[in-house]
Write a protein that binds this ligand. Structure first.
Ligand code: FES
Length: 76
């Protein structure tokens, strides 16, 4: 089953990607506008991956996999 939305706020990563593509790339701002990530918080690492990769349909990832995806970006 793909991970493709914030279940708590019922916001798809496709919707978030559209906002990101329009220039809203800050997670806090996305949360303010849509409510994403303000419930259980489980979607937050996936939203970060979506912002980094542009992929709105993600497989279930371990925290190690998420860190491997995001690490090169945080060191630049
Ligand atoms: S799934 Fe996004 S806050 Fe719970």
């Amino acid at each position: 089953m793909p991970v493709n939305r914030c279940i708590c706020a019922n916001v798809t990563f496709t919707e978030l990607k559209k906002l990101a593509d329009a220039g809203i790339r800050d997670l806090d701002e996305l949360s303010r506008r849509t409510g994403c990530g303000t419930g259980c918080g489980m979607c937050i690492p996936y939203i970060r991956v979506m912002l980094a990769t542009g992929q709105a349909d993600l497989p279930v990832l371990t925290s190690k996999q998420i860190n491997q995806i995001l690490a090169p970006l945080s060191s630049s």
